[in-house]
Design a protein around this ligand. Structure first.
Ligand code: FAD
Ligand code: SIN
Length: 523
């Protein structure tokens, strides 16, 4: 029922107002009626914080093939080749769309300016406002969605998907102002709910990133893939008293150097790529240096770069640090790794379709197979715009079909196992989940730590009562996604990409495959 108590039907219902939700809504508006729900204000999302930019092979010496190879190398053997091929070949057209929509990409000498980030073989990252790319994109898309009369409900929390005869036909939600339950029906349900960085104590993600889309989809019977792979960004600010904040990888792309707390540069000891090593290697190297020096942080040094370069390329980082008492042109920047990007998600094909008719997923909540075991920097914003366009193409094509398309269930799907409950010293809270996940399911994992975490999460899961408001719903979501992450990390008895186990430190060719979970009964 809508606000007026009547059932409400739309052509498209989109959950989430980051780049995935807004971009899809703008495209969908050309096809029919669109409702967009978002649980906070329209601009509360990961997108708004994106700094580095959006990768695309548009430079004169670049090519889709080079971008393809870099993406596969970062993905450590688990990328879906078809999805990556689509990503790199459709990239230039989607960048042209964004430019046409009004995203003010930075230029230099009349040409689009391209930055270098880790594991890219050449400068390939477009940016806007220096390091304010996400904020520029979010502002432009939200204005556009409003001007196109997309119906936008802010502070509206989606709590479950309505499934009838194995097909998704709508969504249940709560109006967070009045606490009233709402219900909407739609032909196409599109999950664009973003990531789950809030699973961990240290994260670059804002408070909305609680993995809700995975929980909604999993509860409805969708397949969830690759949850063991969570990317930790090497350089989040670790300044006492300052809130969480990313220090972009592009800073190292411009020549920034990581130093341990003894002042030594160390990345060459761990990787021939030095400061621009892939993120998983950089994050583990920092952990090793912090242990070696008994220090809870390392430092990023840009004091040797011209001040005007730092100020013009990184105005947001410079100003955030200044407001917190640090002049980065004069002093080293204290940093530490932090949870950043969820590679796993709702399993989709290259059209955004899931295994449930009527349900699509796009953006960080989806798992298209593009990122494999480790995402290449700045590929996520690109993934959104490339695959959102394809969701729309498919939904248009199936407009008159009696049953919407869906993907075949995976072979060899896993079920979350029963676990002996763990004695519970602490009640469930967001902080308790974050502490557990950081300690036991973080950058370096072990079988024993994962077992402990699985039993603790299982006990919390058993004790969950039906969620009634945003905090209880988000706690349920963190426990559900945490459980999927831990169980897949336990199954994967090897190390690959972002998943590193002390008890299985090498990759195994027999594990060059995906782990997919589907719900079993009431779990
Ligand atoms: P989001 O932008 O997170 O949007 C999710 C939306 O869903 C939000 O509006 C949220 O409120 C809503 N939502 C969630 N649950 C519910 C619910 N139950 N009911 C209703 N609404 C709900 N990627 C790059 O490619 N380049 C970069 O430079 C880059 N920098 C980054 C910097 C930071 C600090 C961070 C955190 C990420 C960065 N990333 C970058 C990753 C990238 O920003 C994200 O992957 C991308 O923006 C995700 O977009 P999205 O629309 O899928 O999710
Ligand atoms: C960054 O600017 O370092 C983040 C880029 C990304 O996560 O893709």
């Amino acid at each position: 029922m809508g606000k007026d108590g009547c059932p409400v039907g739309f052509d498209y219902i989109i959950i989430g107002s980051g780049i995935a939700g807004l971009y899809t809504a703008i495209l969908a508006r050309g096809e029919g009626t669109v409702l967009l729900l978002t649980k906070g204000s329209i601009d509360e999302c990961n997108t708004r914080y994106a700094q580095g930019g959006i990768a695309a092979p548009v430079g004169p010496s670049d090519s889709p093939e080079a971008h393809f190879q870099d993406t596969l190398a970062a993905g450590a053997g688990l990328c879906d080749h078809e999805a990556v091929r689509i990503l790199v070949e459709e990239a230039a057209d989607r960048i042209a769309d964004l430019t046409r929509f009004g995203v003010p990409f930075d230029t230099m000498g009349g040409e689009v300016a391209l930055a270098l980030e880790a594991a890219h073989s050449l400068p390939r990252v477009l940016h806007a406002g220096g390091d304010a790319t996400g904020q520029r994109i979010e502002t432009m898309l939200s204005h556009m969605a409003r001007s196109l009369n997309v119906r936008i409900l802010e502070y509206c929390l989606a709590t479950s998907l309505i499934v009838t005869e194995d097909r998704v036909i709508g969504v249940k939600a709560i109006d967070l102002h009045s606490q009233r339950p709402l219900e909407y029906e739609g032909r196409c349900m599109i999950l664009a709910t973003g990531g789950g960085g809030q699973l961990f104590r240290l994260t670059t993600n804002p408070p909305i990133a609680t993995g809700d889309g995975l929980t909604l989809a999993y509860q409805a019977g969708a397949e969830i893939m690759d949850t063991e792979f969570f990317q930790f960004h090497p350089t989040a600010l670790r300044l006492d008293g300052a809130p969480p904040f990313l220090i972009s990888e592009a800073v190292r792309g411009e020549g920034g150097i990581m130093r341990n707390c003894w002042g030594e540069s160390f990345m060459k000891d761990y990787s021939p790529d030095g400061d621009l090593a892939p993120r998983d290697i950089a994050a583990r190297s920092i952990v090793a240096e912090m242990e070696k020096t008994s220090c809870d942080r390392v430092f990023l040094d840009v004091t040797h770069l011209p001040s005007h370069t730092v100020l013009s390329r990184f105005p947001s980082i410079y100003s955030f640090c200044s407001q917190n008492g640090l002049d980065i042109t004069q002093s080293l920047v204290p940093v530490t790794p932090a949870a950043h990007y969820m590679m796993g998600g709702v399993r989709t094909n290259v059209w955004g379709e899931t295994n449930i008719p009527g349900l699509f997923a796009v953006g960080e909540t989806a798992c298209t197979g593009v990122h494999g075991a480790n995402r290449l920097a700045s590929n996520s914003l690109l993934e959104v715009v490339v695959f959102a366009k394809r969701v729309l193409a498919r939904s248009r094509a199936m407009k008159n079909a009696a049953t919407p398309n869906y993907i075949q269930p995976s072979n060899g799907v896993f079920r979350v196992p029963e676990r002996q409950p763990h004695w519970l010293p602490d009640p469930l809270s967001r902080e308790a989940v974050q502490g557990l996940m950081w300690e036991k399911v973080g950058i370096i994992r072990s079988g024993q730590g994962l077992e402990d975490a699985a039993r603790q999460l299982a006990a919390w899961q058993d004790a969950l009562s039906a969620p009634s408001d945003r905090p209880s719903f988000e706690e349920r979501s963190l426990v559900t996604v945490g459980r999927l992450m831990v169980e897949s990390a336990l199954l994967r008895e090897e190390s690959r990409g972002a998943h590193y186990r002390l008890d299985f430190p090498r990759s195994q060719s027999s594990w060059k495959r995906h782990i997919v979970f589907r719900r079993n009964g009431e779990d």
